[in-house]
Ligand binder design. Structure first.
Ligand SMILES: *Cc1c(COP(=O)(O)O)cnc(C)c1O
Length: 424
């Protein structure tokens, strides 16, 4: 029944149907692992909602200054508890993940301090925040904050260089959990714990900040549980559960979160103000759904790895690797396959499936970029999406999928298109 539907409605060939079955068999253990983590995280979230007596009163809107916003303040406590911190700021007006990280950096660092990046060059959008790119007005560099970058060796932290980079001026170290647009392994929460332990053994006062984007709920704990002082992410990725329409979160120690709150609003006001408007309902429901939605995205990633392994491609992570984020990268080796892949993913999206994505000159990027996105929330990448820069070795990045069933279809359509384009 299903195979016939896939064949008739989406033109999936016998070969891809057959490979998809093999892929599912290969992925069985990884699916089961994801289900177990989902079960555990779902129960933890449910219990936190109960412990905090979440009720209809928490879901409503506040306006104006937003003093005593019960929904906002309680959700902060729930995020803090679930992510292993002491305090949190969950806000719709943290406009994206970049702002969440930047807010932490500006909240902690002062003129004369130095920031160290322990896991190589941070995510592209942070270059202008830090001042790595010349002429970015208002960067940390503009404010007299120094920066040192410890590049990785073979996907691993270069501990000797990290030690050498830490002198008396270093106030904060930033660690990126996810691979982002790099071909490297994602750090597990335990590996992040080792990096933090190393930094703290040199100077326990250094504030360790983890860019946790794409990692939330993929494991059974988050980096605050292994010593991170601050972790941050975007609500249109994992923790928004596909329902949050905008926003970001910051979780950490009481002291660090308080400092950051004075940057988020202003000194003296901190977390006391900031009306949640109408966002509480979707933030709560999204967080409640998030473990399950993330599980779907993880399984989609596993299936994607398994299917493209069967087709002979190098993928990262491999189908049986333990995952710590929702990104799967595939080395296509030629431009037309990467384009075909993204066009196939687009066809399997619920919104804008009729659109055919093409490479374009995206501002801020050296090469052309192709992006597939068909989401209910613009730019949301917990929803199914794929992208890649048009340059050798033509790596495509796949992430998201609100439902495993539909993401699985999109991946099969993409595989079919890649096969077809290589036969022409
Ligand atoms: C998404 C992401 C960010 C932040 O990106 P925004 O588009 O600003 O939300 C930062 N770091 C990593 C690793 C990411 O994946």
């Amino acid at each position: 029944m299903i195979d016939k539907f896939l064949k008739n409605s989406y033109g999936i060939s016998e070969r891809v149907l057959e490979l998809a079955k093999i892929a599912d068999q290969k992925a069985a253990a990884a699916y089961e692992r994801a289900d177990k983590i989902c079960q555990y995280n779902s129960l933890r979230v449910l219990k936190a909602f109960g412990d905090h007596n979440v009720s209809e009163a928490h879901l409503g809107a506040t306006t104006g200054y937003g003093y005593d916003d019960l929904g906002r303040d309680t959700l902060d406590s729930i995020y803090a508890e679930i992510f292993g911190g002491e305090d949190a700021l969950v806000r719709h007006n943290i406009v994206n993940g970049t702002m969440a990280i930047a807010t932490c950096l500006y909240g902690i660092l002062r003129p004369g301090d130095t920031l160290v990046a322990a896991t190589g060059k941070p995510y592209d959008t942070l270059e202008e925040v830090i001042g790595i790119r010349d002429g970015s007005s208002g960067s940390l560099k503009d404010f007299g904050v120094g920066y040192r970058q410890v590049d990785m060796i073979d996907s691993k932290v270069d501990y000797d260089s990290l030690r050498a980079s830490i002198d008396g001026t270093v106030k904060a170290v930033v660690i990126q959990r996810s691979k982002g647009y790099d071909w490297r392994d994602t750090f597990s929460v335990n590996e992040i714990g080792e990096i933090i332990k190393f930094v703290k053994s040199i100077n326990s006062e250094i504030v360790c900040i983890v860019d946790n984007c794409y990692g939330e709920f993929v494991e059974d704990k988050e980096p605050c549980s292994v010593g991170a002082d601050l972790i941050v992410g975007s609500l249109i990725k994992n923790p928004g559960g596909g329902l949050a329409q905008s926003g970001g979160y910051i979780v950490g120690t009481k002291d660090a979160v308080e400092k950051v709150s004075y940057r988020l609003t202003c000194p003296g006001i901190g977390r006391e103000c900031g009306a949640s408007l109408g966002n509480n309902r979707t933030f709560y429901q999204g967080f409640f759904m998030a473990p399950h939605i993330v599980c779907n995205a993880v399984k989609a990633g596993v299936f994607c790895s398994a299917l493209f392994e069967e087709l002979g491609y190098e993928v990262n992570p491999a189908s049986d690797d333990v995952r710590s984020d929702i990104i799967t990268s595939i080395k296509f080796g030629n431009e037309s396959s990467l384009i075909a892949f993204c066009q196939g993913i687009q066809k399997g999206a619920p919104i804008d499936s009729f659109v055919v994505p093409m490479p374009w000159d995206m501002p801020g990027y050296e090469n052309q970029v192709i992006m597939a996105a068909g989401a209910f929330v613009q730019g949301s990448s917990i929803e199914i999406s794929a992208d890649g820069p048009i340059k050798p070795p033509y790596v495509g990045y796949f992430q998201g999928g609100l439902t495993f069933e539909t993401a699985r279809l999109a991946i099969m359509v993409a595989a079919q298109k890649v096969i077809d384009c290589n036969q022409n």
